[in-house]
Design a protein around this ligand. Sequence first.
Ligand code: PLP
Length: 346
Amino acid sequence: MVDYNFKKSEDFALKLDLEDPLACFRRRFHIPEDVIYLDGNSLGLLSKEAEESVHRVINEWRNWGIKGWIEGSHPWFYFAETLGNLCARLVGAEPAEVVATGSTTVNIHSLVNTFYQPNESRKRILADALTFPTDIYALRSALRLRDLDPGKNLVFAPSVENRFLDEDQIVEMMDNRVALVFLPSVLYRSGQLLDMQKLTENAHKRGIPIGFDCSHSVGVVPHYFDKWRVDFALWCSYKYLNGGPGATAFLYVNKRHFDREPALAGWFGYVKEKQFDLAIEFEHSESAGGWQISSPPILSSAPLEGSLKIILEAGIDAIREKSLKLTSYLVYLIEEVLSHHPTISR
Ligand SMILES: *Cc1c(COP(=O)(O)O)cnc(C)c1O
């Protein structure tokens, strides 16, 4: 733990604000009046940059109609890949390994069904029961699609106090009956950040592919997917990425898997240069883009261009540093002030 040398006084808190290298970014967001907004983990706020990129796309549609797909400085036909390139820098991936597409749950269906390849002895999916329920619904339906009983084949890592997971216990469950591990990066109930590198190393030692739902970590925590050799990942963009309600999600596929057949094929996953040959045989792009299904929702993707640029400008390491410092200060104040408060202390 860093020793921040915190003090209780208001002067000290104001001094921290003055010294904060990220304080200037506050002005670039629209902040609802009279609230202290602590819901960025559920819906991030609108930035001026995101507002501008939405207006630009609206203008393109107004001025060009269908030509917007291929004309202008940001042709829509390549927009999913362009946003993927920006986001790849946030998660330690190569540009071709990330694409903006679908929604979190659709991407779980698409990637889990791609990477879950059960055989006679290995049928289990290892997950955790503390994760966001939609993840569990999707895993159960992947099993049912293969006529496998979710009651038997979906196994959950034991939780500690219904709030935390112990990585060592998860690793213990990675036995030769497990065909896939799928976990969240952060448990939304407790904020616990799992050690993705350790989990990936251990899954791979046992020959098991592993994927992560990073909805609660991308945008606030640095990721090194390539270095960790994570097989696949996906995340939403309306929480810490500030992409707006229901904005297009992202997915990551490690390049060593580019030759895999996407489980949910669609024409936007076709080899880009030949998509408009409109051939009847599907030939998927050898990139994360191969896992696209439909025409990209340009209006729900537009804000991401502005919002990702802000995050990249601030720098994910600086964001993480500030987040740790803010939280440490809150914990310090709770311990120093509230726990001695006569009506609040336990
Ligand atoms: C926010 C979140 C989702 C949301 O799913 P959508 O398909 O985007 O509605 C799913 N999983 C996790 C872990 C989340 O945090």
